[in-house]
Design a protein around this ligand. Structure first.
Ligand code: CA
Length: 503
């Protein structure tokens, strides 16, 4: 018989409903549901008096606002939030796991990029922009390039414009301008762009090429300004000519066997529910451990979603400098939110709450599960390129289409995206594998979801089995297999994070 509820740790006093529970349903032992409890929501396993802690993952999600009886429904209205972990009291190195699971596969079929620490999973012509003003002209040119030129270069997968709202009307020397500038600069170094640079500027923008290109790359082969061309037709011709030269080079690139140490995979979640931390994220975490054991790089991110479990992250950092960096990144974000007049109560989102996530603590514990158990080899700022392999904490915002492009800037060849509520999110420059947390969602969105981790909740598969299946799919997608959203060409905009002032 399939299970009614999932309990994470022996000390937990709540469990998650595997399916909708009705009044009178026998749950476990003498416990009977006292309310209509939606799927993924929490049911009390013991009586609790007002002020007592509610435990899931062995962690305090919050304190009971009123007396609670065994069998009651517990949701966001039932709990008082505990304080956030104190950043000045973090301790590191207390949970360093050495015995990671052993992967069967250690290579993938990818594109080697000379001078790049990572190999590509796709062979794409990326066209970077210095300012939004050029995007209209560029889109016309790219439509022509895709229709008329791309078919002549069959080894090239696609032509992708990295457009953004940055470049002009911005405080270019503001301290926080380093975020968008670093991100725009590093995205072009993504291995899926094959080491080719093509940058289109206007001619009067503040984001000048020297801010995003190396001095030796600033030349007519890689860069043009629309204001230098006499009229629209000449602009289009110049863009086409530059693109054709780049396409001819990219067309000589072919897939060869690459060690997994040259693969970087971003892990993210969005539209999370209470199953995320039980099924999808632990499976992603197992796959992440396999990738790290194979010498590869796994990045996890989303500062606001891990902030309330930051002490668990710190314990997996072996050294003081990276722990200090973690504190610095978290403090920056605390201040950023405070300056904006918001706090952590903006999370969980309405969709998360509907999905049974009652507090940011509960969401954090689920989110961190996707980082597996490996030690954290490096903490990097948003959009920075890691210098180490292994598990990386990449301190980006949590919004899906902000986090994803930042992971692109940090070198990911593909992304694993775990969703509970469902989102069609995808990126044009790197394939996104969609993992759902519930079997109902897989059945509802059969054609949008790649991997169903809901089988873990029902007891059909273990975290290890599902995580191994996901790891194998990661290697297949890195080698060219297309996940659902790539087949359907669902491409979100690249949204560049800009915390600096606009002028
Ligand atoms: Ca996210």
């Amino acid at each position: 018989m399939l299970k009614h509820v999932v309990k994470m740790r022996p000390e937990d006093n709540v469990a998650i409903a595997v399916h909708d529970l009705h009044i009178g349903d026998k749950i476990t032992g003498d416990i009977v549901a006292n309310a209509e409890i939606p799927q993924a929501h929490k049911i009390a396993l013991t009586n609790l008096t007002k002020g007592q802690p509610v435990l899931r993952y062995g962690v305090i999600l919050g304190y009971a606002k009123e007396d609670i009886h065994a069998g009651d429904w517990i949701n966001e209205t039932s709990l008082e939030l505990p304080p956030s972990p104190d950043l000045s009291k973090l301790t590191y190195g207390e949970n360093i796991k050495k015995d990671l699971p052993k992967p069967d596969r250690t290579t993938f079929m990818g594109y080697e990029v000379p001078g790049n620490q990572y190999s590509g999973t796709r062979n794409i012509l990326g066209i970077q922009t210095t300012v939004q003003c050029v995007v209209g002209v560029l889109k016309v040119a790219v439509d022509q390039i895709k229709a008329e030129l791309l078919p002549k270069y069959p080894n090239v997968d696609d032509v992708v414009v990295v457009s953004h709202a940055y470049g002009c009307g911005v405080a270019i020397d503001a301290p926080e301008a380093k975020f968008p500038i670093r991100e725009i600069k590093n995205i072009m170094k993504n291995p899926n762009f094959g080491g080719q640079l093509m940058v289109i500027g206007l001619g009067c923008e503040k984001l000048t090429p020297n801010r995003i290109m190396e001095a030796e790359d600033i030349n007519d082969d890689n860069l043009l300004f629309l204001q230098n061309f006499k009229g629209f037709e000449k602009m289009i011709l110049a863009i086409r000519q530059m693109a054709e030269k780049k396409l001819a080079i990219l067309n000589t690139h072919t897939r060869t066997e690459q060690p997994l140490s040259k693969l970087s995979v971003g892990f993210q979640c969005g539209g999370s529910d209470a199953f995320s931390g039980v099924t999808g994220n632990p499976a992603a975490g197992y796959a992440s451990d396999l990738l790290v054991a194979a010498g590869g790089t796994a990045m996890f991110s989303e500062v606001t979603e891990v902030r309330d479990g930051v002490n668990f992250i710190a314990q997996r950092i072996p050294d003081q400098p990276n722990c200090n960096k973690l504190v610095k990144e978290m403090s920056w974000y605390d201040n950023y939110l405070a300056k904006g007049g918001v706090d952590r109560s903006a999370n969980p989102t309405p969709g998360n709450r509907k999905g049974g996530l009652s507090t940011i603590v509960e969401k954090s514990m689920g989110s961190i599960a996707k980082s597996g158990t490996a030690p954290i080899s490096q903490v990097v700022s948003a959009g920075e390129i890691p210098t180490k392999r292994g598990l990386i904490f990449n301190a980006t915002p949590a919004g899906d289409f902000t986090c994803g492009p930042m992971q692109l800037a940090s070198g990911m060849g593909l992304e694993v995206f775990v969703t509970g509520r469902g989102t069609p999110y995808n990126l044009e420059a790197a394939p996104v594998i969609k993992v759902c947390t519930r079997t109902d969602l897989k059945e509802f969105w059969q054609d949008l979801i790649d991997v169903n981790a809901g089988k873990i909740a029902t007891g059909e598969l273990s975290v290890k089995e599902l995580g191994t299946e996901l790891f194998n799919f990661i290697v297949d997608v890195a080698s060219g297999e297309k996940p659902a959203a790539e087949r359907l060409k669902l491409f979100n905009d690249i949204v560049i994070f800009n915390p600096a002032p606009m002028t």
